[in-house]
Write a protein of this length. Sequence first.
Length: 403
Amino acid sequence: MTDQPVREDQQNGQAAAGVADADGADTSAAVPALDLAQIKDYARVKRWCHLSGIAISVAYWVFWTAVAFSFVGWLDGFIDNRWLGLLVTAGAMVGGSVLVGLPLDYYSSYVVEQRFKLSNQTPWTWLVFQFKSWAVGGVLAVILVGGLYGAVWYAGPLWGVWLWIGLMVLSVVLAKLFPLVILPLFYPATPLQKPELEQRLSELAGRAGMTITGVYNLGLSKDTKKANAMLAGLGATRRVYLSDTLVGTFDADQIAVVFAHELGHHVHRHIIKMIALSAAVTSVLVALFYWRLNPYAGSQADWTGAVAAFAPVMLISTVYPLLIGPLTNAISRHFERQADWKALEMTDDPAAFRGAFELLTRMNLADPDPPRWEEILFDDHPATAKRIAMATAYETARTSARS
């Protein structure tokens, strides 16, 4: 599900009428009135923050690529252990990246969100959230960097193959563990505890041939007023999460549509397809790593060259997603359209589909019609105006078929 909104002429009636939650309680006070000027202003500020963040990150790693060999050569005068040298170098580079990006992160994720009244965080809770993110990222960084250089130094001529296999195994493990280990560190999740709604959602899941371990109410409201939903996990850990901001504001029909969208991903086997796409994308990335690091492969090779190459490896890791993004985003948007259509087919309720996105318009201040270049380069969901048009097309086709 996305957080993008819809057109103004589709909003005015519901903005005035208010909304009822799944139990019938009026929650209209929690939903701001539609203000397209504010939405465009918010989108513009976030867009410049995003582009600035990319520019800062690329410039940072270009700088380190230029000075890395000198830095590691100087470090070699104090350290004669390759792993310690790698630890110091990677720690200095990655830690510096966090510090350089921190002011913009604070402005974008706290100051801007406060200005537009979307955040429930205080400066302290924002900082706690960042520390948790750094801790999780640090653990993953140790695994990834250690695995990369362990392969380079000790896995032999086929180290690139072993690296690719390790990355794919790690991605599957993380997908399975995400709802059990990582997500609870940031947001509390409890069973939905709405028997009638749960029964309705269970019936939808059954019709889709899907077995899930539960539908969970995700406590996003401790940090944000935005609403969202997602399908997370693999196999026995697969769960559907509906944010408490969504559950408390959407009516039962709208929640059913959101849930059916997540089921649409299951019906079309999008998780498996995305893993396959990731395998292809990762193979190219590993090939680029191999090109940069293979001259330093082998346990007897001089460690300084390999460690200094960490900077260009990080530059590749920063630039490559930008280059491949238009392709992967186009595939993702196609998958989202498929899930949208399946949600319409399963619920046969285009009005609820439109209503759900109308609420997301006001709750998330997401641009209904972003610049085309932005959609191509960065958006993995279709623009909301296009999704609303799909619902209208479905409704027109249904009416024609019945008549």
